[in-house]
Ligand binder design. Structure first.
Ligand code: FMN
Ligand code: EPS
Length: 388
C-alpha cells in the first residue's frame, strides 16, 4: 500500500491517491468526515478553521460504496481558496496585486528560509503553502480509510493528547481503546484526565494573550494487532522504525517514543522487559507492556503504544526576529493567521499515519487484494500464533 498527496494550503484543493487498499471494503463517508472534523477541532486552533469545513469527495476506486482494489482518489476542497483565487491561481500569470502578498520575512522554525534557498523561491509563499500542515487534512482522510479497514480486521486504534505544554493529562496510563475514546470525547482537548481541562484551557488562553504558542505530547494506542508484523531480519524491515519515520513525518513532531521510550533508558532491565506467560486459551502473552507492543522490530501482540512530541507552533503573533530576504534588513518574521496550539489535531494526524503504516505492514504480510481473503488469512495466522 502506498499513497501520495498534492495541494497547497490556499490552493483549490487537497488531493490524495492511495494504491493497494483491498477490494470489498464498505466505505463509510460519514466516518471519514468525522475524523476530518475532529482534526479541525480542539482548543487553541486559529480562525482558519472557522472558514474551512472539511468534507471528503471520493473520485476514484470506490463504486456503490465499496472499494474496487484500484487506486482510490480523494479530494478535500480548501474553502479559503475563494479568498485567494488570484494569488493562488494554478495557471494564470502573476499580477502586481499578487506581488503585494509575497512573503519575504521567513519565520524561525518553519520551512520558509531553507525551503526558499533550496528551491530558489524568492516569494516564500511558494514554500509555506505546501509546508503548511493544511496537507494533513488529506492524510487524515487516507488514515480514516485505513482505520475502516483495520476495523474490519478487528484492530482498534485511538490517538489522544497526553500533555499540553508542560501540563500532563493522562495519569492512569490506560491502554483500553474504548475507555480512552469515551474519556477524550468528553472534552475539547482529547485528554483523559478531566480535571486537567480547566488548567490547560487557562494555559492556552494566557499563551494566546502573550502572542506565544505551545506544543505537547500525543499518544496512539492500537490493540488486537496481530503479532509478527515487521521483522528483525534487516534494519529497514523493522516496523517500529517505519512507525517512527511516519510519525516524524507529521509537521512539527520532534520526538517519537515506543512504549516507555526515553523513560526506559533510566530504568532497570527488570522494570522494562515484559515477562512472558502462556495461557491455554490465548497462547503466549506478556505480563506488562513497557515496550509498547514491539520486540525486535516486530509487533508482539500487546497494545502498540506510540508517543510523539510536538514542538510549539512556529508562527508567533509576537513575532520573532528574522531578516528580509530581499533587503537583508533585520525585521520581525512574517505573521499570518495561526494556531496557538495544534496538539488536538496532531493527535488525529498521528493516529492516521500510524493506521496507514499498520495497513502497509498488513498488506505487505498478507494478500491484500480482497477483504474477505485478507480476513481469512489473518484469522488463520492468529490461530497459528495462538497454537505455537
Ligand atoms: C495540525 C497542525 C497544525 C499546525 N498549525 C500551524 C500554524 O497554525 N502555524 C504554524 O506556524 N505552524 C503550524 N503547524 C506546524 C508547522 O506546520 C510545522 O512546524 C512546519 O511545517 C515546519 O515543520 P517542522 O516543524 O516539522 O520542522 C501545525 C502543525 C500541525 C500538525
Ligand atoms: C489550515 C490548517 O492549518 C494551518 C497550518 C499552518 C502551518 O503552517 O502548518 C498554518 C495555518 O494556516 P495557513 O496555511 O493559512 O497559514 C494553519 O491554519 C489546517 O490544519 O487545516
Amino acid at each position: 500500500m502506498n499513497y501520495l498527496t498534492a495541494g497547497e494550503s490556499h490552493g483549490p484543493q487537497l488531493t490524495g491517491i492511495i494504491e493497494g487498499i483491498p477490494a470489498g471494503i464498505q466505505i463509510n463517508v460519514d466516518g471519514i468526515n468525522q475524523m476530518l472534523a475532529a482534526r479541525q477541532g480542539g482548543y487553541g486552533r486559529g480562525n482558519r478553521q472557522k472558514i474551512e469545513h472539511d468534507v471528503v469527495e471520493i473520485v476514484g476506486g470506490v463504486r456503490h460504496g465499496k472499494t474496487l482494489g484500484s487506486p482510490i482518489a480523494l479530494v478535500v476542497k480548501n474553502r479559503d481558496h475563494a479568498h485567494w483565487s488570484d494569488i493562488m491561481n494554478p495557471t494564470s500569470p502573476e499580477t502586481p496585486e499578487n506581488t503585494l502578498r509575497q512573503v519575504n520575512r521567513p519565520r524561525p522554525g518553519h520551512a520558509d528560509l531553507v525551503g526558499g534557498m533550496k528551491y530558489g523561491h524568492h516569494d516564500l509563499r511558494n514554500v509555506l503553502e505546501r509546508s503548511s500542515a493544511r496537507e494533513t487534512a488529506i492524510r487524515v482522510a487516507i488514515g480514516a480509510i485505513c482505520k475502516q479497514l483495520l476495523d474490519q480486521l478487528d484492530i482498534q486504534i485511538v490517538g489522544h493528547v497526553d500533555q499540553v505544554g508542560s501540563v500532563a493529562a493522562n495519569s492512569h496510563r490506560n491502554l483500553d481503546v474504548e475507555k480512552i475514546e469515551k474519556a477524550i470525547t468528553q472534552n475539547d482537548l482529547r485528554i483523559i484526565d478531566q480535571d486537567q481541562v480547566q488548567p490547560i484551557h487557562d494555559l492556552i488562553d494566557q499563551t494566546k494573550r502573550d502572542g506565544n504558542t505551545l506544543g505537547g505530547v500525543v499518544r496512539v494506542v492500537a490493540t488486537n494487532v496481530p503479532a509478527g508484523l515487521g521483522s528483525y531480519i534487516s534494519w529497514d524491515t523493522k516496523l517500529d522504525a517505519k512507525m517512527a519515520a511516519a510519525v516524524m513525518g507529521v509537521n512539527a513532531i520532534k520526538g517519537v517514543e515506543i512504549g516507555d521510550g526515553f523513560d526506559a533508558a533510566a530504568s532497570l532491565g527488570s522494570d522494562v522487559m515484559d515477562e512472558i506467560d502462556w495461557q491455554a486459551d490465548d497462547g503466549f502473552g506478556r505480563l506488562t507492556d513497557h515496550l509498547g507492543g514491539f520486540e525486535g522490530g516486530m509487533t508482539n501482540g500487546m497494545p502498540m503504544v506510540i508517543k510523539a512530541a510536538m514542538k510549539p507552533i512556529p508562527t508567533l503573533y509576537k513575532a520573532l526576529q528574522s531578516v528580509d530576504i530581499a533587503t537583508k534588513e533585520t525585521m520581525k518574521a512574517n505573521v499570518e493567521r495561526s494556531d496557538t496550539t495544534a496538539i488536538v489535531p496532531a493527535s488525529i494526524v498521528v493516529e492516521s499515519v500510524v493506521a496507514i503504516e499498520l495497513v502497509k505492514a498488513i498488506t505487505d504480510t498478507f494478500d491484500g487484494s480482497n477483504l474477505q481473503r485478507l480476513q481469512t488469512q489473518i484469522s488463520e495466522y492468529r490461530k497459528e500464533f495462538k497454537n505455537f
